[in-house]
Design a protein around this ligand. Structure first.
Ligand SMILES: Cc1ncc(COP(=O)(O)O)c(C=O)c1O
Length: 393
């Protein structure tokens, strides 16, 4: 009998009882090293890890708390292998370094999380790996794939403006050309969108956002099904010495238990705020895929099971100064760059970042909101006050 994913996530990673009783939660197991009962045990564990088995041979590999989280994230994504990283950006860099070699090329959606471009310029270029950027809505991707292209890198929906690439179509194309597809799935946190079922081979998560859900953890994960890809990721992760604290692994695991209900409430709140903004005379455009007016709405309806609390809007007529006054007047939205916690946040989208996205042609300031779990009517009152304060003079 197959159960709902929501139900599976309540129990995923919980080990069977070893004795008559045990804690509800997976214990936090802290250690920097392991003890072995004999040299034969030591050799056995090291050999098994060397052969690709996900067993810990040393503290860096993590113990029970990590295995439980990996198992829960694999359940979330419908994947077989999960690799933890100390941040979402760490998970992105791990993927790029594991899958690309000197002389190879990756095609990257131009609206992805922008620090990836820093990884490109500061690291990959030095290793002779080339990245080029494309628009999933406008470019003919088939004509951009070169003989040395190994990876198609996507983000669905993308950062700041939530452009949605057509993953099934792009994956089918990539597969015909022998190109691996990796996608950043942080927006949907695995729960609202399942890239491995839609044709991608690699799904990347920043657990920093909705998975941990309380703005108190930095963490990333990479999930794959294919054993050969898993082995490359394991070797790269071991070589880079990536380690995650068991306390942080515990917090992410705890977050997964309530992820579906939190996401559902973020969506209810964000939709109400998005509809308010859409009807506001000072707003030119609202970016939120769950709104029928969003260009990505049809793809969102087809491929996603819900939305979250992230939305952006462009002013109809405001200068940078007025946009800043708007943000500075807000009381319930803290000024901050992240998202995915219980609280509301606001950020002015940097024009230099927006310019990288061929998806957006406008020149008006864009504000990104993370709509938290406050009462949405209070958030709308806060926004109304800020519009008045910012645009009345
Ligand atoms: C879409 C996306 N991917 C990855 C990251 C990176 O995650 P972290 O902040 O944990 O490095 C972020 C952070 O904002 C993000 O928005």
């Amino acid at each position: 009998m197959s159960r709902h994913l929501h139900t599976e996530l309540i129990h995923a990673g919980t080990p069977p009882l070893a004795a008559g009783t045990g804690p509800v939660n997976v214990p936090v197991v802290r250690t920097s090293t392991l003890r072995y009962a004999s040299t034969a045990e030591y050799d056995d564990i090291h050999q098994r890890r060397g052969a690709g088995e996900n067993v810990a041979a040393y503290g860096r590999h993590g113990l029970d708390t990590h295995r439980a989280l990996e198992s829960a994230i694999a359940t979330l994504e419908g994947g077989r292998h999960c690799f933890l990283a100390p941040s979402g950006l760490g998970a992105i860099t791990l993927t790029l370094l594991a899958l690309l070699s000197p002389g190879e090329h990756a095609l990257v959606q131009d609206s992805v999380y922008s620090p990836l471009r820093r990884v490109d310029h500061s690291l990959l270029k030095r290793f002779g790996i080339e990245l080029s950027y494309f628009s999933p809505s406008r470019d003919d991707v088939a004509s951009l794939i070169r003989p040395e292209t190994r990876l198609l890198y996507l983000e669905a929906p993308s950062s700041l403006l939530y452009e949605i690439p057509d993953l099934p179509v792009l994956s089918a194309l990539a597969q015909r050309r022998g190109v691996i597809v990796a996608t950043d799935n942080t927006w949907a946190s695995g729960y609202l969108y399942r890239p491995l079922q839609l044709g991608a081979q690699v799904s990347i998560l920043a657990a920093t956002k909705y998975i941990s859900g309380h703005s108190d953890v930095m963490q990333g994960a990479v999930v794959v099904n294919d054993d050969a890809l898993a082995q490359r990721l394991r070797e790269a992760s071991d070589s880079l010495g990536l380690a995650v604290s068991p306390d942080d692994a515990y917090l992410s695991l705890r977050g997964i238990r309530t992820l579906p209900v939190r996401l559902a409430q973020h969506q209810v709140n964000a939709l109400q705020v998005a509809q308010y903004l859409e009807s506001h005379p000072q707003v030119e455009r609202v970016f939120y895929p769950a709104l029928p007016s969003d260009p990505g709405h049809a793809l969102w309806k087809r491929d996603f099971s819900g939305a979250n609390g992230l939305l952006s809007f462009a002013f109809r007529q405001a200068d940078g100064e007025q946009a800043r006054r708007f943000i500075d007047t807000l009381e319930l939205f803290a000024i901050g760059a992240s998202w995915g916690g219980y609280e509301s946040l606001v950020q002015l989208a940097a024009p230099a970042r927006l310019a990288e996205h061929s998806y957006y042609q406008g020149s008006q300031p864009v504000v990104r909101l993370h709509v938290g779990l406050e009462n949405p009517n209070d958030l709308i009152d806060d926004l109304s006050r800020a519009f008045q304060a910012a645009l009345s003079h």
